[in-house]
Design a protein around this ligand. Structure first.
Ligand SMILES: [Zn+2]
Ligand SMILES: [Zn+2]
Length: 439
């Protein structure tokens, strides 16, 4: 479930409601569209109850919010889980370990320099909190092959940085990936009385003050690095107004047919193509075509891939010249559908003939960035193989080389309840696509 954030339009001051995945602010009152930029994860506060003593600015405790899919690959197969959790980031007994559904149930506010308050610093590293949250997810035990396989140093994506997962629990899987996650901070207001620490929203007593003896409870003021900036969404090349909806991560220019990824600081031009549709085309869905070499498996061409993964088909001679690409849905989907769609499109890639992209009105928003598509390659490779034994044990050694990413829009036709891709036979229920927008 998405959380709702109240946000003032930087242009006209109107109150707008955004979702946590929104990177664009599109004001229905003044019509101005702005792209929100930030050096790290977005930060939100749960507004304190009005009965709080306003003479003292409230103290805020940090919680880390993770939302996305976790994939685990082990000898037994691929397991996955949708993660949607908001975990305690400040070590203090009495604080709720998780905010449960509170962030969803309330309208949050963006943390601004003008928000009155002091902020406790994170005492636990983001990756440790994430590890803990993942450990709460069900997992299959594996026993075979453990001795033979050296588990990899897995990389995960937290906010803007890549970090290495700690050693704990490594031996339970051959590969693990976090895909499509939103990471943000949610601050819970606390009220300090002479005797107690209270929940600043409900007024519930969390712990007697004497039990917090020795715990620093001063907090720090707003850090200027947390400031979110607003940037106009004009085409950096021709100055035309770019197209895109609230949660999109790529905007397109219908004047000069360019595509722009929303970076942390600015808009970055990206390579894009499309496979031509026809009159039956109802919409175009974007895929990240990630071309890469995998020396550990000796997969360079599409023919290599067909052979190494034991596909029940014979490689055509020209497939030896075709660099292997992994086709990753560029929009959020539930894990099972994500795997199936990525697998079908990857296997059917030889039927696709992408050409230069031309902006058309029915391009579906891109909501999964190229960085996360690259992190999905091993998972899609695992999902695409017809022989686990030939691929899974080698996953820890798999490193991608000569990686390029191109956004390719594929035409889909309307088949009643489904969207259907005629070249690859990929189909997905319309409900699934609607669901993915709020994932
Ligand atoms: Zn406005
Ligand atoms: Zn342009």
């Amino acid at each position: 479930m998405d959380i709702r954030i109240e946000q003032e339009c930087p242009q006209c001051g109107a109150q707008i409601t955004l979702t946590e995945s929104d990177r664009l602010l599109s004001c229905p009152y003044c019509g101005v569209k702005s792209f929100m930029q930030s050096a790290g994860a977005f930060r939100y506060v749960i507004p304190p109850s009005s009965r709080i003593d306003v003479s003292a600015p409230p103290l805020y405790a940090p919680y880390l919010r993770f939302k996305g899919n976790v994939f685990l690959v082990n000898e037994a197969g691929i397991t996955y889980k949708v993660m949607d959790t908001t975990r305690q980031g400040y070590e203090l007994t009495g604080l709720p370990p998780s905010l449960g559904v509170r962030p969803q149930a309330m309208h949050l506010k963006r943390l601004l320099p003008t928000t009155s308050g002091r902020y406790l610093r994170l005492t636990t590293k983001a990756r440790v909190i994430l590890e803990k949250a993942v450990r709460l997810l069900p997992r299959r035990e594996t026993h075979t092959m453990r001795e033979k396989v050296e588990p990899e140093k897995d990389m995960i994506y937290i906010g803007s940085r890549m970090e290495t997962i700690s050693n704990a629990d490594r031996d339970h899987f051959l590969h693990r990936a976090f895909i499509g996650e939103t990471v943000s901070f949610v601050y819970l207001p606390l009220e300090l009385t002479d005797t107690d620490i209270l929940d600043g929203v409900t007024g519930t007593r969390l712990l007697p003050l004497e039990k917090a003896a020795g715990v620093p409870l001063r907090g720090a003021p707003f850090n200027p690095r947390w400031q979110v900036g607003f940037m106009p969404t004009l085409c950096p090349r021709c100055g035309w107004s770019l197209d895109g909806e609230g949660d999109c991560l790529v905007m397109t220019c219908s004047n000069c047919d360019t595509a722009w990824a929303l970076g942390q600081r600015d808009l970055k031009q990206i390579a894009w193509q499309m496979v031509a549709g026809d009159r039956g085309t109802a919409l175009y869905l974007g895929f990240w075509k990630i071309s890469a070499h995998i020396p550990a498996l000796d997969i360079y061409s599409f023919a290599d891939f067909i052979q190494r993964t034991n596909q029940p088909m014979v490689a055509k001679p020209q497939w030896h010249e075709r660099v292997m690409s992994y086709w990753i849905p560029a929009f959020k989907l539930r894990p099972k559908i994500f795997l199936r769609t990525g697998r079908q499109t990857t296997l059917g890639q030889w039927r696709l003939k992408p050409e230069d992209g031309h902006v058309v009105p029915n391009l579906y928003p891109v909501t999964l960035p190229a960085s996360e598509a690259k992190q999905s390659v091993k998972v899609i490779l695992a999902a695409s193989t017809a022989s686990r034994k030939k691929i899974f044990p080698f996953l820890p050694e798999v490193r991608l080389q000569d990686v390029t990413a191109t956004l390719v829009f594929l035409p889909f036709v309307d088949k009643g309840h489904d969207w259907y891709q005629p070249h690859t036979g990929t189909a997905m229920s319309k409900n699934v696509l609607r669901f993915g927008r709020s994932l």
